[in-house]
Write a protein that binds this ligand. Structure first.
Ligand SMILES: [Zn+2]
Length: 445
């Protein structure tokens, strides 16, 4: 079948609710009931494009960055979309008219990035016309309430997710900024079984790869996502692996246009195809040993090649439970994934935080933080994966990822010190993005 990405984009723009769910990364996902929680994002509607007034966060322990000493009881002052001062109360004078948030006993860090999410559940449908309150509530439940000011959507309906992103960018909806991959690309007959009968665009040879990636870039994807390894049949462990020359052609075309490439590996062979094909970011660890022992050389080689890795450690026990796998298999996956993360970071590899929420309907990142800690990562390594590393990888280091004067006013206020209890990273009191308070737990909804 002749299949172009342009056709796919046009088709998916008209999808029914049923097809929309299939075109997500998980077939059969129930439309999760919409949870506002007790503290959804303010009223859900942004105040418009007016510059936000100055905000002063006072009395907090500030972690300016993963490699900087904390400020014990400091002040962060924002004005408009930027941080204008950070320091002790003696160093920072608060202008009259500033909104002051008393953060005594709380902790301030830079805003977080989640590098692996999906906007494929039914609640994201019709993002161009859904109410701002609905969308902001949904964004809060999945992301904003956990401190995420920026996310990388690694697979969804491009047109719908771009509509959602535009409404956030236009200050119509409170939520995180969105970087999106749109549709994913697979090897021949490589659409994952859980998405079928939908069929993702297939990269059959280098020439086709160049053509289809070009079409996707023309359609406006921010990043490219490949399944370099894919399990196409539920009744078989056979894996469809994307040939390295095809991966190379796809990544070269994306790089020519200044875009990064992510890959879903499924197993070690898929990770090796991504590494050898020049992929920038591996979207998961690859703990499965159904097709044989995982290749112990890969984490170091990936680190040396300058690849980034998104661990998604919580995903493996989540999947084990969903698929009712034997406890021994689940434990083996946990051990393998932790070993891959540790070997990769020890080799100097760049870790990017990501959880695969939107595929996982359990949005709470607490377990991911705990598992990263158990894998041997320090609070400061985890903070880097949430802030400075994604800023660096996505070319935003000059104005994002740190709490410092001149940086964008993207801040998270935590209820607890994650240097003592890593789970405190998920206990969020306030979130500021572009100088606006986009989440406040004290304002009950
Ligand atoms: Zn995913």
């Amino acid at each position: 079948m002749c299949f172009s990405v342009a056709d796919w984009f046009r088709t998916e723009a008209r999808t029914s609710r049923r097809t929309f769910l299939r075109c997500g990364l998980m077939a059969g996902v129930a439309a999760a009931s919409f949870e506002y929680g007790r503290s959804h994002a303010l009223a859900g509607v942004a105040e418009g494009a007016e510059p936000p007034p100055p905000v002063a966060l006072t009395g907090a322990r500030i972690y300016p960055g993963p490699d900087a000493p904390p400020i014990p009881r400091g002040v962060v002052l924002t004005s408009g979309k930027a941080i204008v001062a950070v320091g002790s109360p003696e160093q920072v004078s608060i202008p009259s008219g500033a909104r002051t948030l008393d953060c005594t006993g709380l902790v301030v860090t830079a805003g977080f990035t989640n590098c692996h999410v999906h906007f494929t559940e039914a609640k994201w449908r019709a993002a161009d016309s859904a109410t701002a309150t609905h969308l902001a509530g949904a964004l809060s439940a999945m992301l904003t309430r956990y401190g995420f000011v920026r996310v990388v959507d690694t697979g969804s309906s491009l047109s719908n997710t771009r509509d959602l992103g535009h409404r956030v960018d236009g200050a119509n909806v409170l939520g995180p900024q969105i970087i999106t991959a749109g549709p994913n690309f697979v090897p021949p007959a490589g659409t994952p079984f859980y998405l079928q009968p939908a069929r993702l665009p297939e990269l059959t040879d280098p020439g086709t790869a160049e053509t289809l990636i070009e079409q996707a870039l023309d359609a406006g994807v921010d990043v490219v996502k490949l399944f370099t390894g894919s399990r196409a049949r539920q009744d078989s462990i056979a894996t469809a692996i994307m040939p390295v020359d095809v991966v190379r052609a796809a990544t070269a075309r994306a790089h020519q246009r200044g875009k990064l490439v992510l890959a879903h590996p499924w197993n070690a062979a898929g990770a090796r195809a991504a590494l050898d094909g020049g992929v920038d970011i591996l979207a998961h660890t690859f703990p499965s040993e159904l097709t044989g022992p995982w290749d112990r050389s890969l984490p170091v080689r990936m680190g040396e090649a300058g690849m980034a890795l998104i661990p998604t450690l919580k995903l493996w026990p989540y999947e084990a439970q969903r698929l009712a796998l034997a406890p021994a298999i689940a434990e083996r996956a946990r051990v393998n994934a932790a070993a891959q993360v540790k070997a990769f970071t020890d080799a100097g590899g760049q870790l990017l935080f990501g959880t695969d929420v939107g595929y996982m309907t359990d949005y709470d990142p607490t377990d991911e933080y705990v598992l990263l800690g158990r894998a041997g990562l320090s609070f400061r390594q985890i903070l880097a994966a949430l802030t400075t590393e994604p800023a660096s990888r996505f070319g935003r280091s000059a104005h994002s990822g740190r709490v410092a004067a001149g940086m964008d006013a993207e801040l998270v206020v935590l209820d607890g010190d994650p240097d003592r209890d890593i789970a405190a990273l998920a206990r969020v009191r306030y979130v500021l993005q572009q100088g606006r308070i986009i989440y406040s737990r004290t304002l009950s909804g």
